[in-house]
Each structure stands twice: as C-alpha cells, then as structure tokens.
Design a protein around this ligand. Structure first.
Ligand code: FAD
Ligand code: FES
Ligand code: MG
Length: 276
C-alpha cells in the first residue's frame, strides 16, 4: 500500500499527489512513469512521475480528472492509500548537452515536461520553454518551469494569459526569427504534438514526443500500447514513451485511443451513480 502524504489542487480538475514509494523514488528518472491501481476492483492507469525525492522516498504525480479512475484518485486525500503502484516504467529521457532545447508542454503535459526541462538545464543546455493551456486556470507549474528555463513563453487558447493562441505559434516565431534550435521536446495532447512535429519537420529539427496510448500491463506483454513509428510497430511502455516525433503515425494513435469511449462513458456513469 502506498500512502498519499501530500495533496494539492493545482486547478479544479488538475491534482497533485505526493506518494510514499521509496523503492520507486530511488530509481526514478525524468521521462518515466508508474502504473497504479486504486483498489481490488480498480483498473490500471499510467501516470508520469512528475517529480521524485530520493531522500524522502516519495514520488509526485500530477493528473487531469478525465474519467472514472482519475476522478476517483482526485477524491483521495492525505493519509489515503493506493493499493498497487509499479514503476519506474519506460525509458528515461535522453539527457546530454544538446545546445538549445525548446521544451513544449500542453495542458497536463507540463507535468512530465518539468523534470525533463530541469535535467536538461542541469546538463548544461539553454532551455527555452513554451507552456500552454486552454485557459489561465488550467495552466500548471508556471513558477517551476520559469525556474528551470532561460526563457519561458505562455500561451492560452482563450487569451486569458500569455499569447492568445497555441504553443506551436511561438515555436514557429522562434524558428522564423532565426533562433538556433538543436532539439525540441513536446509533451501534451496528441493533436498538439502532431502540430509541433509539422512545424519542425521542414527545418529538420529533431523533435521528441512522449506518447500516451492506452496501457494495461506496462511491461510489453499485452500489446495495448502499440504505436507505429517509422512504419514499424513499437510498444510505448517498453520502447518509449518517448519517440522521434517525425516518425510517429499520430493519426493511427488518435484512432486507437478512442477505442473504448463507450465503455469509459459507462464506467463514469456507474461511478457517479454509486457515489450518489
Ligand atoms: P477514462 O474515461 O477511462 O479514459 C479517458 C481517456 O484516457 C481515454 O479515452 C483514453 O484516451 C485514455 N486512457 C484511458 N485508460 C487509459 C490507460 N489505461 N492508459 C492510457 N490512457 C488511458 N495523464 C495525466 O493526467 N497525467 C500524467 O502524468 C499522465 N501520464 C501518462 C503517462 C503515460 C505513459 C500514458 C500512456 C498516459 C498518461 N496519462 C497521464 C493519461 C492517463 O493515463 C489517462 O488520462 C487515464 O488513464 C484516464 O483514466 P480514467 O479512467 O480517468 O479515464
Ligand atoms: Fe501492454 Fe505496453 S502496456 S504492451
Ligand atoms: Mg478508465
């Protein structure tokens, strides 16, 4: 059992939990994730390790309440326990001094981006960050990202703070201004990553994306998380979750991620009925 030792509401629908998990904290690296199960009847869901503290023996997850399990997790409070937590899973982010790296995070994608941006800064890179959200209230980790970035740009879809538009607008502007960019890392909704990749491809700027297919076991056994990269089938849980964005078949992944929409809607309805 894994005890929640801190809970923060980053927005009405984005929650942060710091969980006691010394063995995972000891091994965690930026870019990796955990799979958790809340109780005996629970499903398994992956969440990125947004932070870790080896001395305290804790990991932090940040998540958006989108369906049954994330809503149930969002209702848990300090002192509550999560039944199963496995990790760290997936490959750590590639880390070296690349030069200038543009770190792009959309929505809750800023959570997994933060430890990567921090490690890139510590590795000697110039870090330019662009973080975006639908509106001001959904923007997370602005102060934390500012601290680890040489430059920080903010965008919102509705213009409530920062640039009125998309993260890709700022990236495009930086490229058109002639800024030398050695690498881009983009984490967020699939459509955002697809657009970012479309911006960098003509300039041949290496672009890493973190993929979020539906995962079950997280160890390469079930095949649920298969994605097509460079025309080949890869398993995001063991081969990823980060891939060369220029090679990813985003349309296939977008389609695969909607394959349980009916069941997910039923599950939320059932959960709400039981909570009444
Ligand atoms: P549901 O209503 O069951 O599903 C809503 C949508 O979430 C689905 O349509 C589907 O696209 C996706 N989803 C559902 N089940 C899964 C599953 N088992 N695996 C992956 N996606 C699923 N979200 C965060 O908010 N923060 C994170 O740090 C984060 N990290 C992730 C890291 C990885 C490697 C992956 C693959 C996904 C990550 N996600 C993260 C997405 C998160 O796992 C889903 O939002 C969550 O599983 C939804 O569960 P639900 O029951 O609340 O919603
Ligand atoms: Fe089962 Fe990746 S989640 S193979
Ligand atoms: Mg679910």
């Amino acid at each position: 059992m894994y005890k929640i030792i801190r809970k923060e509401d980053l927005s009405p629908v984005v929650k942060l939990l710091e969980v006691s998990a010394p063995l995972i904290a000891d091994k965690a690296q930026p870019g990796q994730f955990v799979i958790l199960r809340l109780d005996e009847e629970g499903e398994r869901i992956p969440l990125t390790i947004a932070d870790f503290d080896r001395e305290k023996g804790t990991i932090t997850v940040i998540f958006l309440e989108v369906g049954k399990t994330t809503t149930q997790l969002g209702k848990m409070v300090e002192g509550d326990k999560i039944l199963n937590l496995i990790g760290p899973l997936g490959n750590p982010s590639e880390m070296e001094d690349f030069g200038t790296v543009v770190c792009i995070g959309g929505g809750v994608g800023v959570a997994p981006l933060y430890p990567i941006a921090r490690a890139l800064k510590e590795s000697g890179n110039t870090v330019i960050s662009i973080i975006g959200a639908r509106c001001k209230d959904l923007l997370i980790l602005e102060d934390e990202m500012r601290e680890v970035s040489d430059e920080l740009y903010i965008t919102t879809d509705d213009g409530s703070v920062g640039h009125h538009g998309f993260v890709s607008d700022i990236l495009k502007r930086l490229i058109e201004e002639g800024r030398i960019i050695d690498r881009v890392i983009a984490i967020g909704p699939l459509i955002m990553m697809k657009v970012v990749v479309g911006v960098t491809k003509p300039y041949d700027i290496k672009t890493i994306v973190s993929l979020n297919p539906i995962m079950v076991d997280g160890t390469g056994m079930c095949g649920s998380c298969r994605v097509i990269v460079g025309g080949e089938v890869r398993f995001a849980c063991v081969d990823g979750p980060e891939f060369d964005g220029h090679l990813v078949d985003f349309d296939n992944l977008m389609k695969r991620n909607t394959r349980f929409l009916e069941e997910e809607a039923k599950s939320v309805e059932e959960y709400k009925r039981r909570c009444r």
